[in-house]
Design a protein around this ligand. Structure first.
Ligand code: UDP
Length: 365
């Protein structure tokens, strides 16, 4: 039996690993698979609901790091996970994405001599101010197997002399979740619940420190929201970080008083995916949502200066926009009058990336 561990810690991580159990089960008796949850995201809305909806196995290991500072969380993950890896001795540890848990788990793997696979390898925003970029760099320096979602990832790894390992262009496991759960997504009644119609609303998420941590940026956000709600309902599932920041600066009321803003706590996967699928357009600063919008061919305006997922722009329906209402309004006009680009689904974003990965594991482990 080959022992494979997967480390998850945050909402996007859970979404990236949904199909592994099913794929491992296609090879009875060949894999002992353990799920390790660091506890970086731990509450009902950001964690439990995803385990329930995806039918993920309960974590075999839960590192209870929730109330610690980010640096202490990283330290605790390294200490606790290293102890577990030293005892269990897996043949491979898989880490998805670019969050602190990803980087910390990679260091634990390195310090215990555990072979490491990075899922979503090679993505680069080339913006070292972005905490995730440093997590990606560290993880890729330590990884032995690189599972890559788009061609830019292959190119980046090949250009970086400090990354040595095997590059596998397999597609996008985040899209595997959409394809695998599409029937359940369709069954969601979120549009009825919010009393909105397909294409009659805009979906927004915002949580990057660079967009929500200062009063100045939050004022700009409110300006953009007021502009959009002149013509559309705006569905805004609010990330805990953004809510806290709006409260800290006394600005939450300015959004809650706008009756065309449909506020909610972070939404479950099926509801959120249904909202993506039927929205007129999306305004976001998320990494993953740029990809999900691209897959659905829904226009996506991303409030960031750069993206580590360039295929969503060169092939997909995504555009980077500055925090400037005049520029954003130009794009919204083009979406409203139908002249905005339609975009194509990138190569290998077909719902079979996890299947390809497990086939590769069959040969390399
Ligand atoms: N998501 C969700 N409910 C929400 C907001 C986002 O299920 O209310 C999903 C979204 O579809 C995507 C993932 O969470 O799959 C993205 O997470 P996030 O934007 O927090 O992280 P990032 O991708 O920026 O790392």
């Amino acid at each position: 039996m080959k022992k494979v561990g997967i480390v998850v810690g945050t909402r996007p991580n859970f979404i990236k690993i949904t199909q592994f159990r099913r794929e491992f089960e296609k090879y009875p008796g060949q894999y002992e698979y353990k799920l390790i949850h660091t506890g970086q995201h731990y509450d009902k809305n950001m964690s439990d609901i995803f385990f329930e909806q995806f039918g993920l196995k309960n974590p075999d290991v839960f590192l209870n790091i929730k109330d610690l500072s980010p640096a202490a969380q990283i330290g605790e993950i390294i200490i606790q996970l290293s102890a577990f890896l030293a005892e269990w001795k897996p043949d491979l540890l898989i880490v998805p994405g670019d969050v602190n848990s990803t980087m910390a788990a990679s260091i634990a793997a390195n310090k215990t001599g555990t072979r490491l696979a990075h899922l979503e390898s090679g993505l680069r925003s080339f913006d070292r101010e972005m905490p995730e970029e440093l997590n990606r760099l560290v993880t890729d320096v330590l990884a032995d197997e690189f599972f890559v979602t788009e061609q830019s990832g292959v190119d980046n790894i090949e250009k970086e002399p400090s990354c040595g390992g095997n590059v596998h262009f397999v597609g996008n496991t985040m899209i595997d979740a959409i394809v695998g759960f599409d029937a359940d997504i369709e069954k969601s009644e979120i549009l009825e619940k919010l009393n909105i119609k397909p294409q009659g609303y805009v979906l927004m998420t915002m949580h990057r420190p660079s967009n929500v941590d200062t009063k100045e940026k939050l004022h700009k956000l409110i300006e953009v929201v007021n502009f959009i709600t002149q013509n559309y309902h705006l569905v805004f599932p609010i990330h805990p970080r953004t809510r806290k920041s709006l409260e800290r600066f006394g600005l939450l009321d300015q959004l809650t008083n706008n009756d065309r803003v449909l506020f909610s706590p972070p939404l479950d996967y099926m509801s959120f995916q249904k909202l993506i699928k039927y929205s007129k357009f999306i305004l976001t600063d998320s990494g993953g949502i740029q990809e999900e919008a691209t897959f659905r061919q829904v226009p996506c305006l991303t409030l960031r200066e750069n993206t580590e997922r360039p295929i969503t722009i060169t092939s997909g329906s995504n555009t980077l926009v500055p925090f400037d209402v005049d520029i954003i309004s130009g794009y919204i006009d083009s979406i409203t009058n139908g002249s905005y680009k339609q975009g194509e689904v990138p190569p290998l974003w077909d719902g079979k990336a996890t299947e390809r990965i497990v086939k590769i594991l069959n040969t390399i482990l």
